[in-house]
Design a protein around this ligand. Structure first.
Ligand code: FE2
Length: 240
């Protein structure tokens, strides 16, 4: 049996990532997947990236926040987000990233795939065709059908919506592990999933675990970053 740890949308929240690591012991997994958005909205982008860099068997891709940070580092103008309090989080991240972690991000693709046993697995931040598509479980069945029809993969592992779910449509398994570091459903606990594959059988289990949110709040306060994010982490809701 192969076991995969599914992570994504950490958003620099190392206390949440570390709590998951302590809870599940990542060395037990055949692959550790990260669906992107390593960075932005909390003050531990380096610790977050290093956690993945130090592990074997990781399969990681970039998310939209990571791509935006890399654009700032190239000296390009930031058109979006428009809100000043959001922009400051992007600029803070780009100014505080260690060079080796910037190089690591630059080395990552926007999507990737691999085969395990005979099962082809695709990793996407948004969806197969669009890294910025937020695919919610409530999306029309037709949207999933279309993605399944154009897919070479039996399993799609996706992030970006921050909503944990598992759906099988026309034989294709769509999995979102939810967000490790920035859930929006009013439950501030970290979200992740475990995928087990054995002789063609596919099983998915989602988890929510508590982590020391106050460490994230202290990091934001220490750097005098907008209070709205401290509140966002405390209550587990999107506030802007
Ligand atoms: Fe995200």
């Amino acid at each position: 049996m192969k076991k995969l740890l599914l992570l994504g949308d950490v958003h620099g929240n190392f206390p949440a990532l570390n709590a998951i690591g302590k809870y599940i012991r990542p060395e037990r997994f055949d692959r550790i997947i990260n669906t992107g958005d390593f960075t932005v909205y909390s003050t531990f982008p380096n610790e977050t990236i290093q956690w993945f860099r130090q592990k074997k068997n990781t399969v990681c891709i970039l998310g939209n926040t990571d791509r935006r940070v890399l654009r700032i580092l190239k000296g390009k103008k930031l058109k979006r987000p428009k809100k000043e309090e959001k922009r400051v989080m992007y600029y803070w991240t780009s100014e505080n990233m260690h060079p080796e972690n910037i190089s690591y991000l630059k080395s990552l693709p926007q999507k990737t795939d691999f085969t395990l046993g005979h099962i082809r697995i695709g990793i996407f931040h948004g969806t197969l065709g669009d890294p910025d598509e937020e695919l919610y479980p409530s999306a029309p069945e037709n949207r999933f059908r279309k993605l399944a029809k154009h897919s070479r993969y039996q399993i799609h592992i996706m992030g970006h919506s921050h909503v944990p779910y598992y759906k099988i449509v026309d034989g294709v398994h769509f999995i979102n592990p939810g967000s490790v570091g920035r859930m929006f459903d009013g439950d501030p606990r970290a979200s992740f999933a475990i995928l087990k594959i054995s002789s063609g059988n596919i099983a998915v289990e989602h988890f929510r675990i508590a982590y020391p949110v106050e460490k994230v709040v202290a990091g934001l306060k220490d750097q005098r970053l907008p209070d709205i994010y401290a509140e966002m982490f405390r209550i587990g809701k999107k506030l802007n």
